[in-house]
Design a protein around this ligand. Structure first.
Ligand code: 26Q
Length: 749
């Protein structure tokens, strides 16, 4: 990479009379030019990451940092009278929704950073995840036209487009390449659907509404579209290089399927080999078995995709017949393995006229992995129990990670410099060295307190501009930022805040450090309960923020349009990371790791990666509460009666009654009554309080108040926070990616 070339070009760049977008495009192009200049040896074996989501966020600052020119660019621009922060007005590329998509982006960053050949394949959505506005407390979705000012980080590859065929239409998959800079320059290839109006719809929206048959078919088309484009390309490349033999395909290619969404790639691969390249089914299956691996990201049944056989037959008849043939092979294998009929039906690719994507990946996949220790254990003992019995060698754990380049160096320059001053700069190239900080934490407490205060000041300034809420500098920051879902229990946080509010008002809490609760979340547009929870939190925020009696002590902020760039500010400026999912349901969480690395304590349940966080950073440096997995299991088995809890506790009574006594206004939507009912009487599809909100609420409030009182001793609290940073190296996605590279993909630097 020729750094000097970029710096010369930038110095020469004429800036007069150019608007921010023009400058953004011009500077980005200069960076692309110099970033792509490097020549590198092609890798013998590549790994490919197929994912419906790549939540890359903003590329500008990150790419300049990866190219090693960010600081100098800042200075050069400053000399020209331009504050580099002006480019913050350029949209994030929100081509993803949550953890799974952000993980994919972190993995690409880490692989490039380490020099490992990992390439991404996905969809170039015209509109990313909707932008969220809050109107009268309700979530309103606005289109996210992320390319409206151009997309200088992508290169269209017109002559590499390929035709993807459905029974009723054909669609061009046109590749757009986004280089991923690091020690190696890797590539994220996103396909855009082109053709007639129907064809273009395929890459129009991320998560189009799928509550109608048409919506479901559109999603099926999306999944097949990008999987088939990727597989077609890899097979063609292989033939070009090695001729028409495929027994060696897995020596050069390893394909990772990010959750169930791209699993049709397996069927497409077998289809291509058997119908276009005259490989017999058994041989094609053997090659596939060595090539594909699958990561599961959630145990929630609604996310484990199944396709009706009619749906597949209708638009992908050839895939239907391949799936049926693979199913016949599967049945033979089950007979050989002497599986019982129940076991066979558990693992069947095809059952009750549906195809199970997870079972296809379990049968054909080389490896299957969970994303945190507990999650992998649950896969083995529960969700995929039968498959684990017959194919134990396929199962692995790969605890998630996050890239420290974006989530520490870029978003928290101040803390990074403090670390440099304490242990030197080598940790920037080898994150495991961050562990050296542990023996130094006592020396840097006052400096850490200063850094945290500065990051909070920056965050509060941003919140003031974007949300119009004033927060004074002495506030403790508690944050819960993640997709909105009932199992993540934002509702439990809302109820806990109400309890604290009540106790402040009636004087039961005598001493209280001023605290702000920050929420960031988007609800799937058709997920009514999630929207109800957003409205509830906004009602609470309005009431509490305008209460003159308490608003010096307590505030609540719901950020309107939570995204990667906002997250960068929130993780750096937070004291307390709220990770409060029902035990057993959060596969891993990755926000928890970002907060930890930035020196926040975790207030959470023994769930997902929280368990590993406290294992490494110490229970004494974090705040764990609530039922653990075995207790939840017991409650489910022995019966759980939330109404009893409400009756016997003032706390539950008060907070809960605000949902039905008119304290808050849901605009006659019936939303709040439904939330109340969901906790007390349940619904046709679930028991009351299926996520055990009321069960864990009291211990949650206790934990929040314990944190509040511990915070009085600023030095001790800062020490806990620093111990979290010092022990966070394990949660770098560099570590995770090395594990995938070694134990699944078998690729090398
Ligand atoms: C499924 C069927 C139909 C339509 C949509 C979906 C669907 C879409 C997105 C199912 C799941 C997702 C996203 C899941 C996700 O983000 N999971 C998160 O993955 C993270 C990375 O491993 C974990 O840290 C989180 O715990 C997990 O929730």
């Amino acid at each position: 990479m020729d750094k000097t070339l970029f710096l010369q070009d930038l110095t020469r760049l004429e800036v007069k009379n150019k608007d921010v977008q023009t400058l953004y495009n011009e500077i980005s192009c200069l960076a692309m030019k110099c970033g792509l200049k490097a020549t590198q040896k092609p890798a013998t074996k590549n790994a490919y990451y197929l994912s419906m989501e790549f939540l890359i966020g903003r590329s500008f600052y990150n790419n300049l940092m990866e190219l090693g020119v960010l600081e100098e660019a800042k200075e050069i621009l400053a000399q020209k009278g331009i504050d580099i922060n002006v480019f913050e007005e350029i949209e994030d590329a929100a081509l993803g929704n949550g953890g799974l998509g952000r993980l994919a982006a972190c993995f690409l960053d880490s692989a490039a950073g380490l020099g490992l050949p990992l390439q991404g394949y996905g969809i170039r959505y015209k509109y990313g995840l909707f932008k969220q506005a809050i109107k009268n407390g309700f979530q309103v979705e606005l289109p996210d036209d992320w390319q409206k000012f151009g997309d200088p980080w992508s290169i269209r590859r017109e002559n590499e487009k390929r035709l993807i065929k459905f029974a009723d239409m054909s669609v061009w998959a046109v590749p757009y390449d986004m280089p991923v800079f690091g020690k190696r320059v890797n590539n994220l290839r996103l396909f855009q659907a082109e053709g007639n109006e129907e064809a273009q719809k395929i890459s129009e929206y991320l998560y189009p509404a799928d509550d109608t048959e048409e919506g479901k078919l559109l999603r099926l088309r999306q999944e097949y579209f990008f999987s088939a484009a990727a597989i077609g390309e890899l097979v063609d490349k292989h033939i070009k290089k090695h001729g028409r033999r495929f027994d060696n395909f897995s020596e050069f290619n390893s394909i990772q399927l990010n959750d169930t969404h791209p699993i049709l790639a397996i069927a497409e691969f077998i289809r291509l080999l058997t119908t276009e390249h005259r490989v017999c089914l058994s041989d094609a299956l053997e090659v596939a078995k060595k090539t594909f691996s699958y990561t599961n990201h959630t145990i929630l049944p609604e996310a484990l995709e199944c396709w009706q056989s009619l749906q597949i037959k209708k638009i992908l008849p050839e895939i239907y017949s391949i799936l049926m043939k693979v199913y016949v092979k599967q049945k033979d294998e089950f007979a050989r393995l002497k599986c019982s009929p129940e076991e066979a039906s558990d693992m069947a690719i095809y059952s009750a006229d549906k195809f199970s994507m997870a079972n296809l990946a379990l049968f054909v996949g080389n490896k299957v992995n969970g994303v945190a220790k507990l999650h992998t254990d649950i896969l083995k003992s529960n969700l995929f129990k039968t498959a684990f019995k017959y194919y134990p060698e396929k199962f692995q754990n790969k605890t998630n990670g996050i890239t420290q380049r974006r989530w520490l160096m870029l978003c928290n320059r101040e803390l990074s410099e403090l670390i440099d001053n304490s242990i030197g700069q080598d940790w920037r190239n080898d994150i495991q060295l961050l562990g050296q900080l542990e023996s130094k934490v006592n020396n840097i407490i006052p400096d850490f307190i200063k850094v945290k205060a500065e990051k909070k000041r920056q965050l509060f300034e941003y919140i003031k501009i974007h949300e119009g809420v004033d927060i004074t500098e002495n506030f403790i920051v508690y944050s819960q930022v993640k997709r909105l879902h009932e199992y993540k229990r934002q509702l439990m946080t809302a109820l806990a805040i109400l309890e604290i509010y009540k106790s402040l008002k009636n004087g039961t809490i005598k001493e209280f450090q001023p605290s702000v609760f920050i929420f960031g979340a988007k609800s799937a547009p058709s997920y009514k309960r999630a929207k109800a929870i957003i409205k509830f939190i906004n009602e609470i925020a309005d009431k509490i923020n305008s209460d003159e009696q308490t608003n010096r002590l307590l505030k609540v902020v719901f950020v309107q349009n939570y995204n990667v760039s906002y997250a960068e500010k929130i993780v750096a400026g937070t004291d307390v990371s709220l990770q409060v999912s029902t035990a057993g349901l959060e596969a891993s969480g990755t926000g928890n790791m970002k907060f930890m690395m930035n020196g926040a304590v975790t207030c959470g349940t023994m769930d997902g990666a929280n368990i590993e966080i406290v294992e490494l950073a110490g229970k004494e440096n974090n705040y764990i509460f609530g039922a653990e997995v075995d207790e939840i299991e017991r409650l489910k088995k022995d019966g759980y009666n939330p109404t009893e809890i409400i009756k016997n506790s003032d706390l539950h009574n008060f907070a809960m009654s605000t949902l039905i006594d008119g304290t808050f206004n849901d605009g006659n939507t019936g939303y709040f009554k439904d939330l109340y009912d969901s906790l007390t009487i349940g619904a046709s599809w679930h028991k009351p309080d299926q996520y055990f909100v009321l069960h864990d609420l009291q211990s949650y409030v206790d934990a929040l108040l314990k944190i509040n009182s511990d915070y009085k001793n600023k030095n001790d609290f800062a020490l806990k926070q620093l111990n979290n940073t010092a022990n966070s190296a394990y949660f770098s996605s560099d570590r995770t990616i090395k594990e995938y590279a070694k134990n699944i993909w078998e690729i090398m630097i």
